[in-house]
Design a protein around this ligand. Structure first.
Ligand SMILES: Nc1nc2c(c(=O)[nH]1)N[C@H]1C(S)=C(S)[C@@H](COP(=O)(O)OP(=O)(O)OC[C@H]3O[C@@H](n4cnc5c(=O)[nH]c(N)nc54)[C@H](O)[C@@H]3O)O[C@H]1N2
Ligand SMILES: Nc1nc2c(c(=O)[nH]1)N[C@H]1C(S)=C(S)[C@@H](COP(=O)(O)OP(=O)(O)OC[C@H]3O[C@@H](n4cnc5c(=O)[nH]c(N)nc54)[C@H](O)[C@@H]3O)O[C@H]1N2
Ligand code: SF4
Ligand SMILES: [Mo]
Length: 772
């Protein structure tokens, strides 16, 4: 069946098996090149096991972003070198790469190696992520490389390592979900974020299993649940502790499992005992009978899973929160055995592999630590450099962005695969920092909001135009095959790194051929936690993907982890003694300046910062712009009707978008998707308070006030304007200026952050508040 969303017409040419460019499900699809100027056509690929042919609207229409006129086809540089306000103009590759290399070299000469930095993305293939990390450490010799995965699953990764000694999002194939008895899905909305995966939850329930969803909103996912707990944003830590309390009090802890396969239960038990049901009801707003029902449902199930996504993770206590959910699994004996376990639903296309091969500030390939002498020796030997020459750990993503253009900070930045001007917390400030750089070079497929701020824009090939591996949310390494030719004038990210390294005096060690890079990655990862040594392009083709660790060519790969032992030194999983704490910023009471919670997230029709999907007409029709979800009770109090513009103000800025009145959200909370720039940019509001372990910002909780904004339109900037398609005539970034002005004004007015502990949750309706 044809599922093309990118236009009709008779497509010809051989269809190639490949994978979707977007989320971590990495759905299999077939792509057939169009005849002549016809667009390529997306076809089903029913034999790929994860999605079995199903695709969401984003995958179906992905070919639309391959078209010239939508994507970039030539390098761009500023008319006046060094003047970011002069227009971007087309340039040759030599001129563009020379400018980038000169800017990087100048910054190093003036301010030292630490004054250059690299920012990557979890959508980049393993080959790109690997070579980007090597580029930073070997060609630039800077410690400062981090990536947008820090904003994604880093809290779950940290908790995973703390408990199990290894971080693989799902320790079992997705299909195992259908065969368990009870799943608690915490802050995950796969109905919008991974629609083809819903099949497994449906099958779970058809098989008699139960689904519990924890989300402050009654999402399309929550609507399918047997039980929906609707807690206050940021209260999942208390909720998990409360469920553990009840599980233990009801005598449902698995004493045998705890004794044989875990350590640290006594301390975790003591912490949970301090979270009795009445207190947890007060902290979370979830009524006690629902707490009891959830604890019983999970405790009674013979097998069970807890799966988290960004809801509980994108908090300034995300790591402890995930640890609390893992504690619940361990106490219930639901880990390390078939059909049971904790898992994180990783988000980006290569969200798993992108965190394994060295684009993270503290990490070397194979999920090795950059501070481990043995790891440094191994990787240095593969790279042919002295271990002493490898830099140490660098700054985490937000801290790196926050340092841009400052004394002691990064002065020249190479950015590939992210659009932080829209997606970073406190985005107006981040945009200012990007503007303060001496050099910003952006490699992208489209002229994103961040690319518009750059001195040099490098147009790169995309998914279907190049071959490379990604590692899906299950830890399955797959091959995204080239299916169509890139337009002339476009080069791959690998070719960009090759060209820059040569200009920086490192002509060897940066191959342009992805398979050659993968062969080196295999050696660099060998013996590490994420061991790819036994995986080859040939094997992936033959086997529909190979699960890591796979240490040797004759090793079958590892679909299920932990069945015999956990990856800790003593083989036992570790409980963590964590206790409730409030969000970094809580609402300040019904009469306060910021009485409501804001939480943020996604809609099915747009992907991330929207850089790609806002360029697809069909998707814009389904998700045309930003909005603010408000409960009817709150809407009435504000005197606003559905569709009318609302201004949302936090201590960091203001955003305007139409109200979407719905009783699916808590009355004390508003929700905005973050897919748009401009006036409706949710990240003008969000709080960059960081988790102390993972350095994850608190995207999911901050305090706001909401007012009618009659007369203001409230729309997403950077949408589908014609100017953005060609890109050359737009003023460089009027949006950021206006918003940063608004931000400064509002920061001046309020000038502070709350200490936050012990306040009553404010809200227009009688909902239970949070106390300490
Ligand atoms: N359509 C679409 N799909 C995507 C993406 C996309 O941008 N668009 N992005 C991909 C990526 S990179 C990611 S990371 C995943 C993310 O996938 P998800 O985590 O499923 O997506 P989100 O919408 O960010 O958050 C999930 C839910 O968390 C809830 N939530 C908010 N605050 C809290 C809280 O304090 N506690 C709890 N328990 N829940 C809370 C929100 O209401 C939301 O329904 O999606 C991937 N798939
Ligand atoms: N308020 C709020 N903010 C959030 C979140 C939230 O839930 N709420 N979620 C956070 C999460 S989980 C994530 S993952 C981030 C994501 O946010 P971003 O990092 O901004 O992610 P994308 O929009 O996917 O940006 C990827 C960019 O790389 C480009 N690109 C695509 N493929 C390639 C390639 O092969 N090479 C190169 N060089 N470029 C390419 C795309 O065109 C796009 O411009 O947002 C975070 N921000
Ligand atoms: S669910 Fe994810 S991988 Fe599958 S088609 Fe949609 S965006 Fe692509
Ligand atoms: Mo993500």
């Amino acid at each position: 069946m044809t599922t093309s969303g990118s236009g009709s017409g008779t497509a010809t040419g051989t269809a190639t098996d490949t994978h979707c460019p977007y989320c971590a499900l990495q759905c299999g699809m077939r792509l057939r090149p169009g005849a002549g100027a016809e667009p390529a056509e997306v076809l089903e690929r029913p034999d790929f096991p994860v999605n079995r042919g199903a695709l969401c609207g984003k995958g179906r229409t992905a070919a639309a972003v391959l078209r010239p006129g939508v994507r970039l086809t030539e390098p761009l540089v500023r008319e006046d070198r060094g003047d970011r306000d002069s227009p971007l103009r087309p340039a040759s590759w030599d001129e563009a790469l020379d400018r980038v290399a000169a800017g990087l070299t100048r910054a190093r000469r003036r301010h030292g190696d630490d004054a250059v930095g690299v920012f990557g993305g979890g959508g980049l293939t393993n080959e790109k992520a690997y070579l980007l990390g090597k580029f930073a450490r070997v060609a630039l010799r800077t410690p400062h490389i981090d990536y947008n995965g820090r904003f994604c699953m880093s809290s779950a990764a940290a908790a995973h390592r703390r408990a199990f000694g290894i971080d693989r999002g799902l320790p079992f194939p997705l299909a195992d979900i259908a065969g368990t008895d009870c799943v608690i899905l915490v802050g995950a909305n796969p109905a919008e974020t991974m629609p083809p995966a819903l099949r497994y939850f449906r099958e779970l329930r058809e098989n008699g299993g139960r689904l519990i969803v924890v989300d402050p909103r009654r999402t399309r996912t929550a609507e399918q649940a047997d039980l929906h707990l609707q807690p206050l944003p940021g209260s999942d830590l208390a909720l998990a502790l409360g469920l553990l309390h009840l599980l233990i009090a009801d005598g449902r802890a698995d004493k045998d499992f705890i004794a044989r396969r875990t350590t640290g239960f006594a301390q975790a038990r003591a912490a949970a005992m301090a979270h009795w049901p009445q207190r947890v009801e007060r902290l979370t707003g979830v009524p006690m009978p629902q707490l009891a029902a959830a604890a019983a449902m999970f405790g009674e199930a013979p097998r069970g899973m807890v799966l988290t996504a960004r809801g509980p993770e994108q908090q300034s206590k995300g790591t402890d929160t995930v640890s609390a959910w893992i504690n619940l699994c361990l106490a219930a004996g639901k880990a390390g055995r078939p059909g049971s376990g904790y898992g994180c639903l990783t988000g980006q296309g290569n969200g798993q592999g992108g965190r394994e091969h060295g684009q993270k500030a503290d990490q070397l390939p194979g999920y090795r630590s950059i501070t481990d002498p043995a790891a440094r020796r191994h990787v240095a030997s593969v790279w042919g450099v002295d271990p002493g020459a490898l830099p140490g750990p660098g700054r985490s993503a937000y801290e790196l962005l926050d340092s841009l253009g400052t004394d002691g900070g990064v002065r020249a930045l190479l950015l590939m695969g992210s659009n932080p001007a829209v997606s970073a917390p406190r985005a107006a400030h981040v945009s200012e920092r990007l503007r303060a750089l001496d050099l910003l070079a952006v490699g992208d497929v489209v002229l994103s909001e961040t690319a518009r701020l750059a001195d040099v824009v490098l147009p790169v090939t995309q998914w279907a135009e190049e071959t490379g591996t990604t590692t899906n949310l299950e830890g399955r390494v797959i091959l995204r095959r080239k299916a169509v030719d890139a337009p002339p004038g476009v080069r791959s990210d690998l070719a960009v790194l090759h060209g820059l390294a040569a200009r920086l005096g490192v002509p060897e060690g940066f191959p342009e051929d992805p398979e050659e890079v993968f062969e080196e990655l295999r050696r660099a990862s060998a013996g590490g936690q994420a061991d790819y040594a036994g995986i080859s392009y040939g094997r992936i083709r033959a086997e529909d993907g190979v699960f890591w660790p796979c240490p040797a060519p004759d090793h079958p790969g590892t679909p299920r982890l932990f069945l015999d032992r956990f990856a800790t030194p003593d083989g036992r999983a570790r409980f963590a003694a964590v206790t409730h704490r409030p969000a970094a910023e809580e609402p300040d009471g019904p009469d306060g300046a910021y009485p409501l919670y804001l939480t943020t997230g996604r809609v099915v029709g747009q992907y991330q910062s929207g850089a790609q999907t806002r360029r697809v007409d069909e998707l814009n029709r389904s998700a045309p712009g930003p909005f603010v979800e408000v409960h009817p009770v709150l809407a009435r109090r504000l005197g606003v009707a559905d569709g009318e513009p609302l201004a949302v103000t936090s201590r960091r800025g203001r955003a305007v978008a139409p109200a979407r009145v719905t009783d699916t959200i808590r009355p004390d909370t508003v929700f905005m998707p973050f897919h748009w720039g401009g006036d409706g940019r949710a990240n003008s509001l969000t709080n960059p308070a960081l988790d102390p372990v993972s350095r994850m910002p608190e995207f999911k909780v901050c305090a706001v006030r909401v007012e009618p904004a009659a007369g203001e339109r409230g729309k997403g900037g950077g949408g589908r304007e014609a100017a953005e398609r060609t890109g050359l005539t737009e003023p460089t970034q009027p949006v950021q200026r206006t918003e940063s002005a608004a931000r400064s004004a509002s920061e001046e007015r309020t000038g502070r952050r709350t200490a936050a502990a012990g306040r009553t949750a404010s809200g227009p309706a009688a909902v239970p508040g949070r106390a300490s």
